[in-house]
Design a protein around this ligand. Structure first.
Ligand code: ZN
Ligand code: ZN
Ligand code: FE
Length: 764
């Protein structure tokens, strides 16, 4: 019998995930000879044996591939049979322009978890245990190919035991780059907040547990940066953390010892459970149970709590069931407000010493800081609100090949995006660009991604807003490098993002309800309650909220009371004295506000849906001033009566959505002493009904059934689910985000999609 032979090329995330040992084992199982190696864009295999065995091998490849791998394509071609005496893993072959996707950081796997708590194991209670299927990846990678010398593990020389595991193709730590043990790997220690080391290794972990149990605040170095932690059930500790961090109300993320513990506080759906337990272990926002034994202070005014499970061995050692120790920790980002999360020991010690009572540190450097990801569950499916750890830098796959484009993203909740082939490398969450440190971090991160993924932009996309830091960055680079630029309107980018995510061809006209906080419009006013019909080619503004003044700009964003009065003023509704927003402002504030509006002093016009939600919250008396973004809208949603079905009237006049009747309806309910939860629900229902009516008009006038939903307002789960129900009941096909957040975290991706399309068309 003459043997057959095949060359197989596999692309996707197939490096650093145990793919070669998997191929080795599979070849061994089917008694095939040949070799496997890492190569351009993936893995190459040459394999020789009987036809039957080869067929079985090829069939099994995609089915039993390792859990962290993601196969994009498998190309198989028959070649002339060669002589091989065995099967081998051979040296990688790379060209300078090749790029290889890098695996995101992955939560500790079940096998490592078992070893961690097995007294017989040589890594018993070792906080840096990991294997081919789990552990740090992106955060420790300095460059590609992903190999130990190019990670922050380079300085830890493998001990003989670790080396044996590392070099044995049949070991589950074969070529696990961060492999380490207590003999040769990183260590933890604990310091007080004046820099004295007070404990090492397991003793440090025990001390940290004691301090947390005593109500102390700890800075803990994790995977992508520092957390500030305290016992979530300890009222004083949580209050102190809020006080020291100058964070009066914004909810804290929580980490619980296990799923059963999480279930004590919140309702966990099947989707939520699989998200919580996934290798990405994001924070998941879950509906609070009526009776919660945690202090209200962890998430005041919220109907949800954000939980995650311990995702590193260190977290698992800190959180164990034991009488007298916390089972739930506050785990909030270790940063000063709006600054990037801290990830270096020295900087953390300097910046957090007035917040933390002690520091649990380690000496495995974090090369790249990355925040925890945050998900909601909407419509029974995962719905992101922050895409970072566990997801970045996995590219978003699109259907058409893309030129190399840099899209610099928006000003708030910044992410940027680089494209190449059929991949859009959307960066991890960068943050608020107003902040100088964040902007420095942005510049570094752009270069970092360009280098890692071997992308040299041939065009740059940016937001239409002339004053954005990102716009200036784009302008400077375009000039220095002689690149064409594309200015993209903010809500157009939202539309393009949700379209591309749903595989809508870029040139197919689609309707989008883009309900958002802020975005610079083509008429230089502030948009945000926009109904656009468009594609990557362009868009028309089909409908929008009737603009109202934003007196004093940001002053009115921070004070919903001002916004509510401005909204009333714009509709010619008088400010009656008993109204909550009137009560909330002093007489002189009211006088100044009135004068500002009458004389149009610093009153940019806005059609923002976010501001309408703020106005409603203030009018109902729920929130008159805020300390974090969207606080008023979040609290408005939190208290809404889920069973109320009523809604208010509105008018659509040509392109304008006029909500005067909605405001009058709310005022009438207030004067009848209708309960706030009912009024809030009616307001939500109204926006959902408006969405439906607009969809119907679009179907009539443009013959479109697909209605794309994007913009920060769609993080409102109640509004989104009601709108989806209404749209579906009338036969529409709503498109929502799945991989990217509806907020500005998706804007860079949308910018890239539009610019890539225009650039390609120009070239042809
Ligand atoms: Zn593992
Ligand atoms: Zn070792
Ligand atoms: Fe936006």
């Amino acid at each position: 019998m003459t043997p057959s032979a095949f060359h197989i090329h596999i692309t996707g995330i197939v490096q650093g995930v145990g793919f070669r040992p998997f191929v080795y084992t599979l070849a061994d199982k089917h008694q095939l000879n040949g070799w496997v190696r890492n190569s351009a864009n993936g893995v190459d295999i040459e394999i020789v044996g009987s036809k039957k065995a080869l067929q079985a091998f090829i069939e099994e490849l995609p089915i039993s591939a390792p859990p962290l791998s993601q196969i994009d394509s498998i190309e198989t071609r028959e070649i002339k049979a060669q002589e091989f005496s065995d099967f081998r893993i051979v040296q990688s072959k790379n060209k300078a322009t090749d790029f290889i996707p890098i695996s995101p950081d992955i939560a500790i796997c079940d096998q490592c978890h078992e070893e961690l708590f097995d007294p017989q194991d040589r890594r018993y209670r070792y906080p840096f245990i990991n294997c081919t299927n789990c552990g740090p990846r992106f955060t420790i990678t300095k460059d590609i190919p992903y190999d130990r010398p190019k990670t922050t593990m380079a300085s830890f020389e493998l001990c003989p035991d670790c080396r044996e595991e590392y070099e044995n193709p049949l070991d589950r730590r074969f070529h696990a780059q961060p492999v380490a043990c207590p003999v040769c790997g990183p260590q933890v220690w604990i310091e007080d907040n004046i820099g004295n080391s007070v404990g090492r290794e397991d003793e440090a972990i025990q001390m940290a547990r004691h301090l947390l149990a005593e109500g102390k605040i700890l800075a803990i170095k994790g995977l992508g940066g520092f957390h500030l932690a305290c016992d979530a059930a300890n009222r004083e500790a949580v209050a102190q953390l809020r006080d020291r961090k100058h964070r009066p109300a914004k909810p804290f993320a929580l980490m619980a010892v296990d799923l059963e513990t999480i279930r004590k506080f919140v309702t966990v759906s099947e989707t939520a459970e699989s998200l919580l337990k996934s290798p990405q272990t994001p924070i998941v926002l879950l509906p609070k149970k009526a009776e919660v034994h945690l202090t209200q202070q962890v998430a005041p005014g919220q109907s949800t709590l954000g939980f995650m499970l311990p995702y590193t061995p260190l977290h698992q050692l800190l959180l164990q069931h034991e009488q007298g120790y916390p089972e739930v920790l506050v785990m909030t980002s270790g940063n000063l407000s709006e600054e990037p999360i801290l990830h270096e020991n020295q900087a953390a010690l300097e910046k957090l010493s007035h917040i933390a009572d002690a520091f649990l540190l380690h000496n495995r450097p974090i090369h790249r800081r990355i925040d925890d990801s945050v998900f909601n569950v909407v419509d029974g499916k995962p719905y992101p609100s922050r895409r970072a750890r566990g997801y970045a830098p996995n590219p978003i796959r699109v259907s058409q090949p893309l030129p190399q484009i840099l899209a610099v993203g928006p000003q708030m909740k910044n992410t940027f995006c680089l494209t190449r082939e059929k991949y859009a490398f959307l960066s991890h969450y960068i943050g608020e660009m107003e902040n100088w440190e964040t902007y420095q971090d942005f510049q570094k991160a752009v270069r970092d991604y360009e280098r890692l993924f071997r992308i040299k932009p041939s065009a740059i996309a940016y937001d239409l807003h002339p004053d954005y830091t990102t716009t200036k960055y784009a302008m400077n680079r375009a000039e220095a490098e002689g690149l064409p630029t594309y200015a993209i309107q903010h809500h157009h980018a939202h539309l393009a993002a949700v379209m591309a995510e749903n595989k809508v061809p870029p040139d197919q006209a689609t309707a989008g309800l883009i309900f958002d906080g802020t975005g610079y419009g083509t008429d230089r006013t502030i948009w945000g309650g926009e109904v656009l019909i468009g594609s990557a080619e362009g868009f028309t503004r089909a409908y929008h909220l009737k603009p109202v003044p934003l007196p004093g700009g940001d002053a009115s964003i921070l004070k919903p009371a001002r916004m509510a009065l401005s909204t009333l003023w714009a509709s010619g509704i008088p400010w009656k004295e008993h109204l909550a927003p009137v009560q909330a402002l002093s007489n002189s504030e009211l006088r100044v506000l009135n004068e500002q509006l009458e004389k149009k002093i610093n009153t940019p016009m806005t059609s923002s849906m976010g501001r309408l939600f703020d106005s409603a919250a203030a009018l109902i008396g729920i929130r008159e001033s805020i300390t974090y973004e969207a606080q008023a809208a979040i609290e408005l949603e939190a208290l809404a009566d889920r069973n109320e079905m009523g809604y208010y009237p509105w008018e659509i006049d040509e392109q304008l959505i006029d909500v005067k009747a909605v405001l009058l309806g709310i005022l009438a309910d207030l004067s009848k002493n209708v309960a706030s939860p009912v009024i809030s629900a009616r307001f939500h229902n109204t926006i959902a009904q408006i969405s439906l009516q607009i969809a119907q008009k679009i179907r009539r006038d443009h013959d479109l059934d697909q209605i794309a939903l994007s913009g920060g307002v769609w993080q409102n789960k109640m509004l989104l689910e009601k709108t989806l129900d209404l749209l579906r009941s009338e036969g529409f096909k709503p498109l929502i985000h799945k991989q990217l957040p509806p907020n500005d975290g998706c804007v860079a991706f949308g910018q890239a999609m539009i610019a890539a399309y225009k650039y390609t068309v120009n070239k042809e």
